[in-house]
Write a protein that binds this ligand. Structure first.
Ligand code: GLU
Length: 471
């Protein structure tokens, strides 16, 4: 793989929907290799399928790639390339192949081809027009004349894969209206962008022998191929946009950190050297190699991704954490903007930081500080105040807290501990009604520190209101 002096990698997404995590992994593989080899990474938007492409998907892909740190870095062209701008080159290449006798026109309709294939031993197009010498004309498609023989694809992930030409029909290069087909456009662009390595999804492996023939017919050696295995869900089914959560944008918007996402995606089918999976990008870049990519499908495990994310969140400095939370504290929050208190937030932040999987969870962890009345989780409420004892415990807590002189976490804790002990309750049980009364929920940041930050008056008012409501 290192035999190419200045390798050029590319990522060539079609903008037909949200950006799939599988695409993100392929992009990252290419990016890591470009960085590792001192090569170039080219981004090409394959936007020739007008019916399925939308400009907003294109922008979505570019933004999502930027989020994971991937961008065109070709010093000669800022990019990205748009395939639709090169239609003339695609057709010119096809016309050249026709002029050289490597391609021919055919006027059969789809129905006629089907009719003929019923009589043939092999399905598909049978080469009917190969020697009919047809000139171009409306409704005539241009087909590649597949030579006899075998194509061997040397794939860095899959190994050596042989394709007998008998199994490959003379495929279409230009449609009846003269527009180029994907296979042709893809190769012509790779040739003119001087791509040396095609690292892409496994689903394109069946296209590869045809594309390798095209590379040769256009007068070039084939690139280095690598087809990376698909991502599957827990049922070992291919990840699908309909069934699974796969949009990179959605993970970003929920508060996954790009570093965690990048690290996790890179470990799907590949592992850094040693025992650790959570490693900085510098190690990935230094160690990643296609030869080490596993060729069986990789399980995209949302739970493991969440665990990675939690670790990355905990590893942040307080400053980084506060900054990362900022967008989530202004968007769709239940409190009035002017009630947000940065000092309170900074005080609670380190305690929240250890309890989070995604950044968007911050809102539910701190909302009770910035609301006059906490949002009550009704199911938590009925579970907690189902029996008389918890209401009595709450009243005992009110009495105990009312007699405290210093409103500190330590004293609040001791006082609730002894109020609970008088009822034979451990601290965990004794504090449950207090937590629900004050925060509205059963889980949240450490209780006594929260009560101190909230202050005596608000705490007592909430405890009394809850006692009223619970009886
Ligand atoms: N545009 C193709 C896709 O999104 C990629 C083709 C390639 O990488 O060669 O699947």
């Amino acid at each position: 793989m290192t035999d190419v002096a200045s390798p050029r990698f590319r990522f060539a997404p079609s903008p037909t929907g949200f950006f799939h995590v599988g695409g993100a992994r392929t992009a990252l593989y290419n990016w890591a290799l470009a960085k590792r080899t001192g090569g170039t990474f080219v981004l090409r938007i394959e936007d020739t399928d007008e019916a399925r492409n939308k400009p907003e998907w294109t922008q979505g892909i570019i933004d999502a790639l930027a989020w994971i740190g991937v961008r065109s870095d070709d010093p000669t062209f800022e990019g990205p390339y748009f395939q639709s701008s090169y239609a003339d080159e695609h057709t010119a290449a096809a016309h050249r192949l026709f002029a050289e006798g490597r391609a021919y026109y055919c006027d059969l309709t789809t129905e006629q081809i089907q009719e003929r294939s019923k009589q043939n031993s092999k399905p598909g197009y049978d080469g009917y027009s190969r020697d009919r010498g047809l000139e171009p004309g409306p409704g005539r498609v241009l087909r590649f004349r597949v030579p006899e023989g075998t194509t061997v694809v040397d794939d860095l992930v899959r190994g050596r894969v042989e394709f007998a030409h008998e199994t490959i029909e003379d495929f279409v290069l230009l449609r009846g209206n003269g527009s180029p087909m994907f296979l042709l456009a893809n190769v012509v662009d790779d040739v003119s962008m001087r791509v040396s390595h095609v690292v892409r999804a496994e689903e394109h492996l069946p296209n590869t022998p045809k594309q390798q023939m095209l590379w040769q017919a256009l007068g070039h050696g084939a690139p280095v191929w690598a087809h990376v295995p698909v991502l599957v869900n827990e049922q070992r089914k291919k990840l699908s946009k309909r069934r699974d959560k796969v949009a990179l944008e959605q993970f970003r918007d929920e508060g996954y950190l790009s570093e965690a996402m990048v690290n996790y995606l890179m470990t799907l089918g590949w592992a850094p050297h040693g025992d650790e999976e959570i490693v900085p990008w510098s190690r990935i870049e230094a160690e990643f190699s296609l030869e080490d990519v596993n060729h069986s499908p990789a399980f995209f495990d949302p739970k493991k991704l969440a665990a990675f994310n939690g670790e990355y969140i905990r590893a942040m400095s307080l400053e980084q954490f506060v900054e990362a939370c900022a967008p989530f504290l202004t968007r769709d929050v239940p409190w009035p903007a002017e009630r947000f208190d940065t000092t309170v937030f900074r005080a609670i932040a380190p305690l929240a930081q250890t309890r989070m999987v995604t950044l968007n969870e911050i809102v539910a962890l701190v909302d009770f500080f910035f609301l006059d009345v906490p949002i009550i989780d009704e199911s938590a409420w009925s579970k907690t105040f189902g029996g008389a004892e918890s209401v009595e415990m709450l009243d005992d807590a009110i009495a105990a807290f009312a007699s405290i002189s210093d409103w500190t976490a330590e004293i609040l804790k001791t006082s609730l501990e002894s109020a609970g002990a008088a009822r034979g309750l451990r601290l965990g049980k004794a504090q449950a009604p207090v937590r629900v009364a004050v925060t509205g929920r059963t889980v949240g940041p450490p209780l006594f520190e929260s009560l101190v930050l909230l202050g005596r008056d608000k705490t007592m008012a909430r405890l009394r209101a809850a006692s009223e409501r619970a009886r």
